[in-house]
Design a protein around this ligand. Structure first.
Ligand code: SF4
Length: 475
């Protein structure tokens, strides 16, 4: 259930008690010094009666099933379903943030905030056969206590944990993450210290040092950078990124150059021209990186994995969908047996598929891909007192069988999942729900975006952003 208030305090870690009831927070490099009754930069950690508290423990946007490609992770279980968890607040304030409705606590709408316990998160993943929990969206740094506790519980249940972050985080906090997080997907905003200060309100070196720290600890690391039109989509950024990855990490670390869209305070510009991204990729490959990809792009080979030794195709991708076609089960090239630097696991809990819907007739909603909107979050709720089954399928591609995939919902359960365009010919997605269940659709604009705006079914054929317009609050 959505809550009307998320201002409940939970004891926070990484606290330093100073004189006169003042506390210092050591979670991010800001090290905020917080007086009683005040909060830190992120607005979700505060001083209550001389103690540091977390205000967003368990406060989350709706848990959402997505695929691992959503998180700029290409070399770990391609195509795996993940359970994405995002909260409210952030230790940065990037001018272009595409999750600003949830990352900037002052703009949060109570209808978008849900309350989960660690046990509930793990239970959702287990019941839906999801093997990876992803800590993502706004940024997981600022709900550290909830992440660490839930990730530990998930680990005990055999679930992998993925941390997708801008990684402006202290070394001490990283030490608490390393035992419970398997995959780190780090978004490095730029390699220019002045850019960091101006655009993100953070600073660069802790991000680079933190990325090295988790890489040296042996965790699976992938890095990405958002190529902002006319700001950071140039050759200089590509060279600096390749230099960092090649020299301070390893040329084998997958690196993603990600397409930007105008958002938040940065709307007077255009999406990154794809030829600039392709150029950046060529630069990085030419400097010796072995796995360089583009993000938020379609219909390009730059999302395909080919063997860096023999050139054979190993994984094909379209949007947020992936198909492994040329890897052995232990991550070698099927053609030449060279190490492809993959960790693989097989999903055993596939959903049941049916060719026709059961009787009595279900309510069917249809959503057509349009313009740049090629993914949608589908939220389904079961208001009845019995377990119900809802169905979804893609339509429009004559090469793909139009079978319905079944999802079981417990009494009272609300579940959210992504449906992303999976072939160039596909036209859209359909959702069928029985009496007593409801569905709603939310257009997704680029990956790792948590949409807060509900869309109508059968949306028109325009290429308009579905994102809420930014209106500064009056001071
Ligand atoms: S997490 Fe960072 S921004 Fe938030 S209170 Fe702690 S030091 Fe400040």
């Amino acid at each position: 259930m959505a809550e009307t208030s998320w201002h409940n305090a939970h004891p926070a870690r990484l606290e330093e008690q100073l004189d006169d009831g003042v506390v210092r927070c050591h979670l991010s490099p800001r090290n905020c010094r917080i007086r009683p009754g005040q909060h830190g930069f992120c607005m979700v950690r505060a001083n209550r009666d001389g103690r540091l508290v977390s205000l967003n423990y368990g406060r989350s946007v709706h848990a959402t099933e997505e695929t691992i490609e959503t998180e700029a992770v290409f070399h770990y279980a391609p195509g795996a379903r993940i359970l994405s968890m995002g909260n409210v607040g952030c230790m940065l304030n990037c001018d272009y943030c595409h999750n600003w409705k949830t990352s900037q606590a002052r703009y949060i709408d109570a209808k978008d905030v849900y309350h989960y316990t660690p046990e509930q998160v793990v239970d959702i993943a287990k019941r839906h056969g999801i093997k990876v929990i992803s800590w993502t969206y706004n940024d997981p740094v600022v709900w550290h206590e909830f992440v660490v506790e839930t990730a530990r519980l998930a680990q005990q249940a055999g679930i992998t944990n993925l941390y997708k972050s801008a990684f402006f985080i202290s070394s001490e906090a990283i030490e608490e993450l390393i035992p419970v997080i398997d995959i780190f997907s780090v978004s490095i905003k730029s390699l220019d210290p002045a850019y960091y200060r101006k655009i993100t309100k953070g600073w660069l070196e802790p991000v680079l040092e933190g990325t090295e720290q988790v890489f040296r600890a042996g965790r699976h690391v992938e890095v990405s950078t958002l190529m902002v039109t006319d700001l950071s989509d140039d050759e200089k950024t590509a060279r600096a990124m390749a230099e960092f990855v090649g020299e301070r990490l390893s040329p084998q670390v997958p690196t993603h150059f990600v397409r930007f869209h105008p958002d938040y305070k940065m709307t007077n510009t255009i999406r990154t021209p794809v030829d600039r991204l392709e150029h950046a990729r060529r630069i990085a490959l030419g400097m010796g990186l072995q796995h360089v990809y583009l993000g938020n792009v379609y219909d390009t080979d730059s999302t395909t994995t080919s063997c860096h030794s023999c050139g054979a195709v190993q994984v094909t991708r379209y949007g947020l969908n992936a198909h492994t076609v040329g890897l052995t089960s232990d991550g070698l090239c099927s053609t030449c047996r060279t190490d492809a630097h993959f960790t693989l696991f097989t999903e055993t809990d596939r959903r049941t598929a049916v060719s026709t819907l059961p009787e009595p007739a279900l309510d069917v909603a249809s959503f057509s891909w349009h313009g740049d909107v090629r993914a949608v979050h589908v939220q389904v709720s079961n208001a009845s007192s019995q377990t119900e089954t809802i169905y979804q399928r893609r339509f429009g591609d004559p090469e793909v069988p139009e079978s319905w995939s079944a999802i079981l919902l417990q009494p009272g359960e609300s579940f959210r999942f992504i449906a992303a365009k999976s072939t160039p010919e596909e036209l859209g997605v359909k959702v069928a729900v029985p009496k007593g269940c409801t569905s709603s659709l939310h257009e997704v604009f680029d990956r790792a975006h948590f949409p807060t705006v509900e869309a109508g079914a059968d949306s028109g054929n325009s290429d308009v952003t579905p994102l809420p317009a930014f209106v500064p609050l009056a001071r």
